[in-house]
Write a protein of this length. Structure first.
Length: 672
């Protein structure tokens, strides 16, 4: 009996061990199958990813092939145009520069000819060719004045203009212009080029092996209403050598009116006969421009608000238009309220430096970056009336770089906000009517220190070196980079540029303005146009108002229409010869600017001529027998009756200004 029980137990143990072995083997097989299944899933996922990447690469390859085919077609088209032009390509005066060249040659030929052909006949022939005919092939719009001078001047010049970089390897004429500081400092040679009825002047470096500067030192617009080319008198260039005076002529354009200042550029050539040909050729080209009745493209007129007799403007940094008769002016020494009607200036506050200033009329509130530590402060407009009100410091804004304001409609009255850039953050506050005048703080982290801020209702655009990011102020959506690193915009990543401004355009398009050019992109950061906004010189500041972008440079201000990207106007507002200051906007829209055009500080109003009303009250002109003040060479002169050979108006009465005389009230005297 015991033996039987033992066998049963042993049998059960063996069966149990066998069962455990089978279970273990089964578990091992299951694990092995799971491992194989996981490996298969991973391989399939990798295959799908590789196939997806292959399709993407194939699409990019097809895109590049199409682009290459398009470029090849354009090259063939241009080659056919050049071939169709034949050997007369450089001989036919079908552009502005070749017209001048032909005019100079024909004038020289007529001077040595006894035939009955008149200069008018030559002018009519060249004018007809300049205006173009049905058989005339299109030619490049840029060339250099063709005139032999010396062997070292037989070199090309790179023109940085809205039509992109063009190099012309032909002989050029380099007239002399006064050195910085005026005629008494001597003369220096410059290259001259013509494009789109503009004269471009380029510095000629002393090193003969070095190419001329790419940035234009000056641009003179023939479309300017006061453009003229005339000879000079000895009284106009009192510091010039007497023997050089017959070889000197000047090109005049408008500058500020009132007070009626003109910008004048002196040029000197080697012979008097060359001067006569230059004056005749440029005046003839200007006459053709007028005869063709090309569209009037003047957008802004510079009008003086304050002159150098108001000593506080020499350190002006910012401004805000409160009313047409009242302007808030921020300087190194503090905030001032300028009353243009009463001709009074009142000092506001405790003399903190005001680096940036904006005004929200609906909230009766000024916003300023104030003090050496650059805190953001809110200033009730009652402070400008002399009331004892506190300046409200916004917390955590020490060291802020810039700010902007916007408003949003929430089904009723608009609600105003201000956005301020501090280090790698942008703080967004709502303007309210509480004691602190702000609340509802929102913090947005950005990938770097913001160089500029632009806002369109609930969308904030932050500019960083070579980048712009678009943020939604009312949602949690991820920011959109407006500069995608594709082939068309890759140069921005390889060549860092400062971000100046972003402008919103119709049809989900944006103009991104950098320190070297402007590009058009869509809301996904893809480039939308081959055309780019190119600058004639190095931009120092920009402003935007009413669909026009103003680019401020050392010697002039260029105006662009942002929708088309066209360069429509050049304003000759030169910097002072002995100062580092230049014409700069004092507010975001550029309506109020600071300039040193007459070697003395001025605050000017940039009036858009397409608007009848004036945003700032300007001192009106008066009729007088006094001489009209103008700029000449290195300073301001008073021009007597028109010069011999002048094409300017012979009006009997010349315009002068009615000078304002301001009195200054200190802050302590306001608190009556």
């Amino acid at each position: 009996m015991q033996d039987k029980n033992w066998r049963n137990r042993r049998s059960q143990k063996l069966e149990k061990m066998e069962l455990l072995t089978l279970q273990s083997n089964l578990q091992s097989e299951i694990q092995a199958k799971q491992a194989v299944s996981e490996e298969l899933t991973r391989v399939r996922a990798e295959l799908v990813a590789q196939q997806k990447e292959q399709r993407k690469l194939q699409q990019e390859l097809d895109h590049f092939r199409k682009e290459s085919t398009k470029k090849d077609s354009q090259i063939r088209d241009l080659q056919q145009r050049l071939d169709a032009a034949g050997d007369g390509f450089l001989e036919r005066p079908s552009s502005q520069m070749s017209f001048l060249d032909q005019f100079l040659k024909d004038t020289s030929r007529l001077n040595h000819s006894d035939s009955g052909e008149s200069a008018d006949q030559v002018t009519n022939d060249t004018e007809a060719e300049l205006e173009g005919g049905p058989q005339s092939p299109p030619l490049p719009p840029v060339a250099i004045i063709n005139k032999t001078t010396s062997a070292e001047e037989h070199r090309g010049i790179k023109i940085s203009s809205p039509i992109a970089d063009i190099r012309s390897q032909i002989t050029v004429l380099a007239p002399k212009v006064p050195k910085q500081g005026g005629v008494k400092k001597g003369w220096q040679r410059q290259f001259v080029a013509v494009c789109d009825f503009k004269l471009f002047l380029y510095d000629l470096l002393q090193d003969k092996n070095v190419q001329p500067a790419v940035a234009a030192s000056q641009v003179l617009d023939m479309r300017d209403e006061e453009f003229s080319v005339t000879s000079v008198l000895e009284s106009d260039v009192i510091h010039a050598n007497r023997k050089d005076i017959p070889c000197i002529f000047r090109v005049s354009t408008s500058m500020m009116d009132p007070p009626g200042l003109q910008s004048q550029t002196l040029m000197m050539v080697d012979k008097e006969s060359e001067k006569v040909k230059w004056v005749d050729a440029l005046n003839e080209l200007h006459r053709i421009l007028r005869r063709n009745k090309l569209p009037h493209r003047t957008v802004f007129q510079a009008k003086e608000i304050l002159d150098s007799t108001v000593v506080i403007i020499k350190n002006a940094l910012s401004a805000a238009v409160i009313e047409p008769d009242r302007v808030a002016l921020g300087t190194e020494e503090g905030l001032y309220c300028v009353d243009l009607d009463r001709e009074e200036i009142a000092r506001i506050g405790d003399g903190k430096k005001i680096a940036q200033l904006e005004y929200i009329p609906e909230e009766q509130l000024l916003i300023a970056i104030a003090g050496k530590q650059r805190h953001l402060r809110l200033i009730p407009v009652g402070a400008l009336d002399g009331h004892d009100v506190d300046w409200i410091k916004v917390a955590d804004t020490k060291g802020c770089t810039t700010f902007c304001t916007t408003h949003m409609d929430h089904g009723g009255a608009p609600t105003y906000y201000f956005c301020v850039a501090v280090k790698k953050q942008v703080l967004v506050h709502q303007v309210n009517r509480t004691k602190s005048r702000h609340g509802g703080r929102q913090v947005i982290s950005v990938p770097g220190v913001a160089q500029c801020l632009d806002v369109w209702q609930d969308r904030l655009c932050v500019g960083l070196p070579s980048l712009f990011y678009l943020y939604n102020l009312q949602g949690t959506a991820e920011p959109v980079c407006l500069v995608q690193p594709d082939n068309n915009l890759s140069f921005l990543h390889h060549n860092p540029m400062d971000a100046f401004m972003a402008v919103e355009l119709p049809n989900n398009e944006y103009l991104l303005v950098f320190s070297q050019l402007g590009v058009f992109v869509n809301g996904q950061g893809k480039k939308t146009r081959d055309k780019e906004v190119m600058f004639s010189a190095v931009p120092l500041s920009v402003s935007y108002f009413d669909s026009y972008l103003c680019v401020y440079m050392e010697s002039h201000v260029d105006v662009f229409e942002v929708t088309s990207g066209d360069w429509v106007q050049t304003m000759n507002l030169k910097k002072a010869s002995h100062s580092r200051s230049y014409t700069k906007p004092l507010c975001r829209d550029g309506q109020v600017c600071f300039t040193l055009v007459t070697e003395a500080p001025h605050v000017i109003y940039m009036h858009p001529i397409h608007r009848r009303e004036y945003a700032v009250r300007v001192c009106g002109p008066t009729e007088s027998g006094s001489h009209r003040p103008t700029m000449s060479g290195g300073g301001m002169t008073h021009v007597a009756p028109p010069l011999r050979g002048s094409t300017s108006s012979m009006a009997a009465a010349l315009v002068t200004r009615a000078r304002r005389r301001f009195s200054v009230r200190e802050a302590e005297k306001q608190k009556a």
